[in-house]
Design a protein around this ligand. Structure first.
Ligand code: BGP
Length: 489
């Protein structure tokens, strides 16, 4: 067997988000959340004004009035709420050391505005953490992963308002006080920089529910999340010094679209925009180049007295990021621009193959990402998401032979190992996802990421029974051997 270069106690596992797995959207005292109103759009209708990731105020009102007319898959998830015991037992069978999950805000504070938390919601997560503990699995908890009590969206336009910062800190304090003995690792916001793509998904803000320009709205929401993250970390450290807090970045690796200096400049700009978030979260400072950008884009950050001190104090203890693919940066019309489109648009890299959903497959990119991050921040890093969404086929004998997923993961994890050999401090790797779950961007069930097949379709048909795929047994061996068996079939 090959030698392993992964450190002892390396956190092997997988990730999830409450709105994509739990279902039970109206059980246990839970309030309605933003993702309960993101409908399924038939693939043939996509791109015809029908968005799958973002909704506006007008749509939200229609969906609230006529709920029964639409298919909202995130209300169903994969039924984790009822099957968490079975699911965590499967994770344990694979040998997971860590399970990343998020807390549904509206399970704890149904509208966000209550003074007292919903005990039934807290009790549910208590049971989940206890179940993890039973198998020695470390829970890694994201406080906010793309879901917001819907009243915060309609009333405050999500993180446009500073009031939402305080509601979030109230949530964070409640969770830290309740769970500090059960949860050591926390992440404040999932993919904080995705506000460029979807202010609704990332911050609960709708572009037609505001007086602000789209760019002011994006940066105002982002600023408020950075502040909320820092304030939560300050509170967390006061409650229990042993808790560790991480940021999270959606890390697309940018390559220049050509060797034209202008494309290199755009690439540098794209990286710089991501660094704006992480410089604040990791170093507590704003990078120098943003002053000019804000001035020219007419953006004003709503900084108040005491904020800068809080941002300096509430920095993170470790770095996390999701990585799925690389993208090409090209400068068009001679103007540097913010990357607000999705991962499939723009020029395609001729050297890379693409997934069923047209995302470039680029294992070397994750090594580049790890170096870019470590070189700038010198912090322990955990890869909080990486995986392949694909159509899976159930064979006549019931098996699911997902060799393409094994290949994808194998090549990416090998590159993580290379970076460890290079000297990067990586302490964990979470695959997206542990089993099939509802897709975040398209709300499909047929975009499958898991080691375990779930018998469900885009419309909620199926038994929701679980069945390990071939990759399940492969990952089990990888974990058992602490990475030494990576190349095995
Ligand atoms: C990330 C999100 C996840 C997840 C993943 C895959 O951006 O943090 O929630 O779903 O992307 O995306 P999708 O489900 O759209 O394929």
């Amino acid at each position: 067997m090959n030698k392993s270069f992964f450190p002892d106690n390396f956190l092997w596992g997988a990730s999830s988000a409450s709105n994509q797995i739990e279902g039970a959207y109206n059980e246990g005292g839970k309030g309605l959340e933003s993702t309960d109103f993101v409908k399924f759009v038939e693939p043939t209708d996509r791109g015809k004004g029908e968005t799958t990731f973002t909704i506006n105020r007008k749509q939200l009102e229609e969906y609230m009035k006529n709920e029964e007319k639409y298919n909202f898959p995130k209300r169903r998830g994969n039924d984790f709420y009822h099957r968490y015991k079975e699911d965590i037992a499967l994770m344990a069978e694979m040998g997971f050391k860590v399970f990343r999950l998020s807390i549904s805000w509206s399970r704890i504070y149904p509208t966000g505005f209550e003074d007292e938390p919903n005990e039934e919601g807290l009790a549910f997560y208590d049971k989940v953490f206890d179940e993890c503990k039973k198998y020695g699995i470390e829970p890694l908890v994201t406080l906010s992963h793309y879901d917001f009590p819907v009243e915060i969206c309609t009333k405050y336009n999500g993180f446009e308002s500073r009031e939402t910062v305080y509601l979030f800190v109230k949530l964070a304090k409640t969770l830290f006080e309740r769970f500090h003995n059960k949860v050591k690792y926390w992440i404040t916001f999932n993919e904080i920089n995705m506000v460029f793509h979807s202010p609704f998904a990332c911050c609960g803000a709708m572009l037609d529910n505001t007086e602000l320009t789209p760019i002011q709205l994006r940066f105002q929401c982002a600023y408020h999340q950075l502040l909320a993250s820092a304030l939560a970390i300050i509170e967390g450290h006061k409650i229990d010094k042993t808790m560790k807090f991480g940021n999270m970045l959606s890390k697309s690796v940018y390559y220049p679209g050509s060797n034209k200096p202008e494309d290199n400049l755009q690439q540098q700009f794209d990286i710089a925009m991501d660094n704006w978030f992480t410089d604040v979260q990791c170093k507590g400072i704003f990078p120098y180049y943003m002053d000019r950008f804000f001035k020219e884009a007419n953006v004003e950050l709503p900084i108040q007295v005491g904020d800068l001190e809080a941002l300096r104090e509430g920095t993170v203890d470790y770095f996390t990021f999701s990585y799925y693919c690389s993208v090409l940066s090209t400068l068009e019309d001679g103007r540097l621009k913010l990357h607000t489109t999705d991962l499939t648009s723009g020029k395609k890299n001729e050297y890379l193959t693409r997934s069923d959903w047209d995302w470039a497959i680029d294992p070397v990119g994750i090594r580049i990402a790890l170096h870019q991050i470590y070189d700038r921040y010198r912090m322990p890093i955990l890869v909080s998401e990486c995986g392949l969404g694909a159509y899976d086929k159930v064979e006549d004998d019931g098996s699911i032979i997902d060799d393409y997923r094994i290949e994808y993961l194998k090549e990416h994890i090998k590159q993580v190992e290379e970076s460890i050999k290079d000297g990067v401090d990586v302490f964990g790797f979470c695959v997206w996802s542990y089993m099939d779950i509802v897709s975040q961007t398209t709300s499909e069930f047929s975009k499958r990421y898991g080691f375990v097949y779930v018998d469900a379709d885009d419309y909620g048909n199926g038994t929701y029974d679980r069945k390990p795929k071939k990759s399940f047994y492969w990952y089990k061996k990888v974990i058992e051997s602490n990475g030494a068996a990576l190349s095995n079939k």
